[in-house]
Design a protein around this ligand. Structure first.
Ligand code: CP
Length: 646
């Protein structure tokens, strides 16, 4: 019986260029054999499992057809809602279990990085049939195969990619592959659905591409004209990389390409839009008018399908429309992929040269991926976020790249776990951060407050000044408690939630004061908005019920409003409170978000570089006089000479 080596296909970048070319040669021979009605039995005795957590017509059925055509068998879970995934089984467990039933797993999943997770847990090869908005490498094989057949080559072609370039996973894999083959890419997003920065960064950094803008006249008739992003291969050592800070309008405008070889259309990926996304703008249908200009005369029209309204049916009879050929190519190309797996030796997921070690974070200092659709945000019971250093041409910033979804996480504050100091990142820290990454002492923080909550001190601070003493804090708490009680129509509906750590200590004090005023002791919980976000009852009771409650949310200081906004999100995820009122000991008077506290201990206008630190003793203390106080100091930027003392 044939055997398949553990050789996964998660990204199109997992295939070397000669391997792609070999798969195309195999696909040519399978296409010929299919046309002649010849049968192949090279996969006799093998079983393929198709696990589809999202709907599919082409990918699943063409994979299954390819396996049958090669004499293999298929077991399928075309609707994972009818599998034990619906009972909460993890992707890792499913991948391990199904590996005992099949020789290869083909996986489609709604979350970015899911195929990588399955590949890491399954002992059999895993083929990514689309993971969230990240990649769809086998669709790209079909796309390139048809494009090469139509144009005879790929190098130097100019391909206009139009539609939802933000969430279109086929587009991301295609951009990586076209860049590999030296094609020019015109990225023409519809409705503002632009190519994500992490994709552009990757082709710039790894494929030496530069970006400029072009005005595409021939498309003007469609939607009033727009500037498209033009990605062209650069001469070695002449890379002009435009960083994330560079707006499209600031990029050099170049002459539009003389001719286009292909239009690649994609539908709006409605299923990926979440409530927080800006609604897409106009998504104008692509029709025969777009092909009328001389520039588009020889362009083929491609689409991974399914289409919705973005591609007019009138184009179906045009010989330049090749989208049904792309769909049909799914069978010989996927047969070729299975044949390639049969020939293959076990190997690393990515070429070793591309792998730098993942950064090891100690304990709670590991950051979370920013991408809400990253698999690490959904399978967190066993999956730890994993990051590598994200190379960037801009040395003044520092970013980490998620190992699963490839999104970059910009880091503003870094710390050292040995010295317990934190720093605002600047260029002078690059060398130190690389060193801390290597020796496992790097800590990263979203905000200064997070650094302080985790027990880190600023590297340098100016002289500190006490702005509230212990008695003033006691009086401020009493005033806030009386105001809360006066406002509460029904004290039994109150629930007190304090943001960890100082907000939670204040919450316990305010709860006791409220109980003294009303005779009712409201339930109280501590909300940790850092790391693994959690709401813990301080009474050791069951989880705090927020439904129908008037929540009093308590924090020590409002800096930007970020912490409070995150806390509000957590509360609303837990249920529907009757209302949320905000109490803070110190309002600094400036905040990035429109969050206004209802109850304020003291308003202290401060500069942005000032830090307000609240020191509150934990209940039960050690019997000594509590050192409760609020201090103000200014933060000093890190400097190389001082830094050297580390
Ligand atoms: N092109 C593509 O992936 O189609 P399906 O969603 O039908 O598999």
């Amino acid at each position: 019986m044939p055997r398949l080596a553990k050789s996964d296909l998660v990204s199109i970048e997992d295939l070397a260029t000669p391997e792609i070319e070999h798969i195309f040669e195999l696909a040519d021979s399978f296409a010929l054999a299919l046309a002649r009605g010849e049968t192949e039995r090279i996969a006799d005795g093998l079983i393929m499992a198709t696990l589809f957590y999202e709907p599919s017509t082409r990918t699943r059925l063409s994979f299954e057809s390819a396996m049958h055509r090669l004499g293999g068998a298929v077991i399928s879970s075309p609707d994972m809602q009818a599998s034990s995934a619906a009972k909460g089984e993890s992707l890792a467990d499913t991948a391990r279990v199904v590996s005992a039933y099949a020789d290869v797993i083909v996986l489609r999943h709604p979350y970015d990085g899911a195929a990588q997770v399955a590949a890491e847990y399954a002992p059999v090869p895993v083929i990514n049939a689309g993971d969230g908005s990240r990649e769809h490498p086998t669709q790209t094989l079909c796309d390139l195969y048809v494009l090469r057949r139509k144009k005879r080559h790929l190098k130097g072609l100019t391909v206009a990619i139009c539609g939802d370039l933000k969430f279109g996973r086929t587009v991301h894999s295609l951009i990586y592959a076209l860049a590999r083959f030296g094609a020019n890419i015109v990225a023409a997003p519809f409705g503002g659905m632009e190519v994500p920065e992490y994709v552009l960064d990757r082709v710039a950094a790894e494929r030496n591409y530069r970006f400029s803008t072009v005005s595409l006249d021939e498309l003007k008739s469609r939607d009033g004209g727009f500037d498209a992003l033009y990605l062209t291969p650069n001469a070695p050592h002449q890379m002009a990389l435009f960083t994330n800070e560079t707006q499209l309008e600031n990029m050099p405008v170049v002459r539009p390409p003389a001719s286009l070889d292909a239009f690649y259309l994609t539908r709006l990926q409605r299923e990926r839009l979440v409530a927080t996304d800006t609604p897409p703008g106009d998504y104008t249908p692509f029709d025969a008018r777009a092909l009328r200009s001389s520039r588009a005369h020889d362009a083929v029209v491609m689409h991974p399908l399914p289409r919705t309204d973005e591609l007019a049916y009138e184009l179906d009879s045009d010989p330049r429309a090749v989208y049904f050929e792309q769909a049909a190519a799914g069978v010989p190309v996927r047969m070729a992929l299975i044949a390639w797996l049969l020939e293959n030796k076990p190997r690393l997921l990515k070429p070793a040269a591309l792998l730098q070690p993942a950064i090891s974070f100690k304990g709670a200092t590991a950051p979370r991926c920013v991408n809400p659709s990253c698999i690490t945000r959904h399978e967190s019971s066993y999956l730890r976020p994993r990051f590598r250093f994200a190379p960037s041409a801009n040395r003044a910033s520092f970013s980490l790249r998620c190992d699963f979804c490839e999104r970059n996480l910009r880091i503003d504050y870094v710390g050292n776990t040995s010295s317990r100091r934190y720093y605002h990142f600047d260029e002078s820290l690059h060398g130190y951060v690389r060193q801390w990454m290597e020796d496992g002492t790097l800590a990263v923080f979203d905000t200064v407050k997070e650094a302080e909550e985790r027990g880190y001190e600023p590297y340098r601070r100016g002289p500190q000044r006490e702005i509230m003493n212990s008695d003033e804090i006691v009086r401020a708490c009493e005033t806030m408690a009386s105001q809360i009680v006066a406002d509460a129509a029904d004290p039994t509906s109150l629930a007190i939630v304090g943001i960890v750590s100082r907000g939670a200590l204040l919450a316990v004090r305010l709860r006791e004061l409220i109980a003294r005023h009303t005779g009712v002791r409201p339930p109280c919980a501590a909300l940790d908005v850092y790391g693994e976000i959690a709401l813990h009852s301080v009474d050791d009771a069951d989880n705090l019920e927020v439904d129908g409650r008037m929540i009093v949310l308590i924090d020590d200081v409002i800096n930007s409003g970020w912490t409070v906004q995150r806390a509000m999100t957590v509360l609303w995820q837990r249920g529907r409170p009757a209302g949320v009122k905000l109490a803070v000991l110190i309002d600094r008077g400036h905040r990035a978000l429109p969050i206004r506290p209802n109850y304020i201990g003291k308003t202290i206008p401060t500069a942005r570089t000032d830090r307000v630190q609240v020191r509150i003793a934990a209940p039960g203390g050690d019997g000594r006089k509590p050192a409760d106080r609020v201090v103000l100091y200014s933060m000093l930027e890190s400097h190389k000479p001082v830094e050297n003392r580390l």
